[in-house]
Design a protein around this ligand. Structure first.
Ligand code: OGA
Ligand code: MN
Length: 286
């Protein structure tokens, strides 16, 4: 197994592993170590994987999310509910996945009480141009804060809401009242301690973070506005140009991502995502 850093702030490419074979615990621990050391982003190219093989590999990270009752349930793979499909393809009038998923900065399912931990995204079809995904390290963003501002943020919590995205990222979806009721907002620490590495990161995102608990609305807007600007600075980013058979694994506890929608009408894009359920976000104080 060889590794190559992709960007100063985030991301490592791993070569020399074949995820179609059952991955031994030892190899998996090596991958996880590289993942943590690169601020939660690993790229593994040229993987020829069946749905079953992607699911088996993803399960090594933990229990998978099947997005039942969610507004995107209709985009799950018909034979494998563990796989959520992101695609602009329409076959016989039927969308092959959610079009325009994640075209805003977010951390997967941050509005849930136990948001996603790893997301394992596999490229099946990629348009000839466009369709990149940008990733950002929220740990690097945290490191850039002054000690005084860190101390101010430390006890604060923010409300993450799916309804927030229904006015933004989910604006192209029909979201029913039942689906909104099934996804109540969650309150999470703004400075989140990573459960495995102990590193601190800024756990807010423009897609789902609605407001800071206990602040006046104008204060909340000002502070979140600054944090959103900080966590989306190019200095902390890596931009992935996909090829078919690429596997990208990100850690939603310490990264954000943004899907660039610049390819509509220029080619087909089809992605398969497995989502690992995470833990209750830890405050920095534990
Ligand atoms: C996702 C997502 C980004 C992309 O699958 O969670 O945001 O580029 N996708 O498809
Ligand atoms: Mn996403």
């Amino acid at each position: 197994m060889q590794t190559r850093r992709l960007c100063p702030a985030i991301g490592t490419e791993i070569v020399g592993v074949d995820l179609s074979n059952p991955v031994s615990d030892e190899t998996f621990e090596q991958i996880r170590k590289v993942w943590h050391e690169s601020n939660g982003l690993v790229v593994i190219r040229d993987q020829k994987l069946t749905e079953e093989q992607q699911i088996a590999f993803s399960r090594k990270f933990g229990k998978l999310h099947t997005l039942q009752g969610h507004t995107v349930t209709k985009y799950l793979h018909p034979d494998h509910p563990e796989i959520y499909r992101v695609s602009n393809k329409v076959v016989d009038g039927k969308p092959q996945g959610r079009k325009g998923a994640g075209t805003y900065w977010h951390s997967d399912q941050s509005y849930e009480a136990t948001p996603a931990h790893a997301s394992v995204l596999y490229a099946k079809e990629i348009p000839p141009v466009g369709g990149d995904t940008i990733f950002a390290s929220t740990q690097r963003a945290y490191e850039a804060l002054s000690d005084t501002f860190k101390a101010f943020l430390l006890p604060l919590k923010a409300v993450h809401s799916f309804a927030n995205a229904s006015g933004g990222g989910f604006r192209n979806e029909v979201v029913t009242k039942e689906q909104l009721d099934a996804a109540p907002p969650s309150v999470h620490p703004i400075i989140r301690k990573h459960a495995e590495t102990g590193k601190f990161g800024v756990f807010v995102n423009p897609g789902f973070t609605a407001y800071i608990d206990g602040l006046d609305p104008a204060e909340s807007r000002a502070v979140l506005g600054y944090l959103f600007e900080l966590v989306t600075k190019p200095d902390y980013q890596y931009r992935h140009r996909w090829s078919p058979n690429d596997m990208v694994i990100w850690d939603n506890r310490c990264t954000l991502h943004y899907a660039v929608m610049d390819y509509d009408g220029k080619g087909d894009r089809l992605m398969h995502r497995c989502t690992v359920i995470g833990e209750t976000p830890l405050p920095a104080s534990v």
